[in-house]
Design a protein around this ligand. Sequence first.
Ligand code: HSE
Length: 436
Amino acid sequence: MKPMNVGLLGLGTVGAGTFTVLSRNAEEIFRRAGRPIRIVVVAEKDVARANEITQGACRVVDDAFSVVSDAEVDIVIELIGGCGVAKELVLKAIANGKHVITANKALLAMHGNEIFAEAQKQGVTVAFEAAVAGGVPIVKAVREGLSANRIEWIAGIINGTTNFILSEMRDKGLSFDTVLKEAQRLGYAEADPTFDIEGVDAAHKITILSAIAFGIPVQFDKVYIEGISQLNAKDIKYAEQLGYRIKLLGITKRTTAGAELRVHPTLIPAKRLIANVEGAMNAVVVQGDAVGATLYYGKGAGAEPTASAVIADLVDVTRMHTADPEHRVPHLAFQPDQLVDLPILPIAEVLTCHYMRLRVQDEPGVLANITRVLADEQISIDALIQIEPGEGEDEADLILLTHLTREKRINLAIVKLEKLSVVVGKVTRIRMETLG
Ligand code: HSE
């Protein structure tokens, strides 16, 4: 049977991993796909490096545009990243009738609607398992494995860099800045770590998950994003004392008013399995109405884990290559004409519990003043703990946990609390989820 011919754009870490795994497991992959899958051409700026990796097994070129127009190529794997040339290449490949496999979360979160519409028009597939949580087959699980369910919510640790930093901060009691430097030294964090630590990478991924969970367009511009760079080691310690862990979660939830779509540090009960996901690992909990909660765990980055997802897409695309486009799995899990316009709720309308830390003067009447502000905003307190002041200190940390409260109420309360003369400095607020 004619092999499926692949053109690979970008031979960096994941590209090289894809090349290696595809060669090493060629026989097993053939048994699964029903025909050989072979990389016939690689586009890579560093041609010498590419030649060293490919060892003459395929052509090496430095012009990626020649690959997307190459008549021999059936499937293009895009591993260049970003929304510039990668977008042009993906659209060109689709226009030329080629299936596309991509690990590019930014591209799909920002331009997915246009890209999927073009693919639909051309009768080709754009597959993207590697774009969310690397080697964890979460796209497949949500899109196919859970297709009987009405998905209620998804919450995930979908950025390994930040999970590594948070784990180290908790384990060693170190500050964010110290651990970030260590993470950069170990190669976990990039030289410019902004996308990871400020939650943008996780926001790209949760945007994609919300679309396939609820059958809505990708809407990256509506995600509320808060990273971990402002997180204080003190809060990690206090959270732990209260039986919680702080994780950077991507959360998307269906409510009667619309969908929530947010990324922020979150207190979760330490007894939850996902709270115990440590280091650079990823994990995603999906709550379906029929199945209940399911948990997916694994490596969210790295050469071979990500290659595992890319090659799973290669097998899928190969198997359905001869099927009618209408009989393939839809890009966003729901038939394209069945996508709905569920509004994305602004963060002010989101209902969650909150952790608040206030630095207060340790004197009579302080608690009365604080609880009055909360009562005025109809915020119900679940727990209130004063941390014993240190030797000779006349200020103390006060920790407050609230019941479910709409975010705008908390915001108003924080403004009022910060105006009280007994409250010193800023109030720290971290959202909480029970994930129950
Ligand atoms: N930089 C990401 C992470 C991996 O730290 O999880 C690629 O999305």
